[in-house]
Design a protein around this ligand. Sequence first.
Ligand code: TIU
Length: 224
Amino acid sequence: MPIIEAEPYDFRLRPSAAALMIIDMQRDFLEPGGFGESLGNDVGLLRRTIAPTRRMLAAARRAGLMVIHTREGHRADLADLAPAKKARGNPSLAIGDEGTMGRLLVRGEPGHDIIPELYPAPGEPVIDKPGKGAFYATDLEAILKHRGIEQLIVCGVTTEVCVNTSVREANDRGFDCLILEDCVGSYFPEFQDFGLRMIKAQGGIFGWVGRSEPVVAALDAGSR
Ligand code: TIU
């Protein structure tokens, strides 16, 4: 069993029971003109996550790990958009309004899609979620349980919002989560730091925090 250096202590990776979960690596969060920028954020801060996540994704595919992608977004008629969610953020450009990559955070629009660098391969489940958490109002839990998944290797954006929410949801459902610090990003450097510290504190109250390199190396060693 590969032992992955992590905090607060080593993570025992069981590749046959592990899935790579890539959260919301969508154009709306990582490219100019989308939802993330409409909230006043510098989307360039998230781009350092792309190259390591690409390497992690390639290794997971080589090793035959289950790969799950998530996307935050809403129906075109916005019937699943809570009024409270629509009211927050930028009042002059809200979810569903027209941006430079189509309607903000609406399914089927160019901005809602996953960035080309990390595009899902055929057969990789894509979970469309209306909330910040990947388990809320989705079939993710059933999909993972049916495949015997018990461990999640987590990448994506943003660290303190959709990553933290999803990790907390996963933890309460009994999944062991390893969050890769080089593969998760925040618009706020201090939230990146504290978002990870909140996960690994208190003996790993929500999970483990590590880096992608040892996971890639362990998977490659196992698939040789
Ligand atoms: N605003 C922000 O930091 N994040 C989100 O709205 N969604 C996700 O984190 N995916």
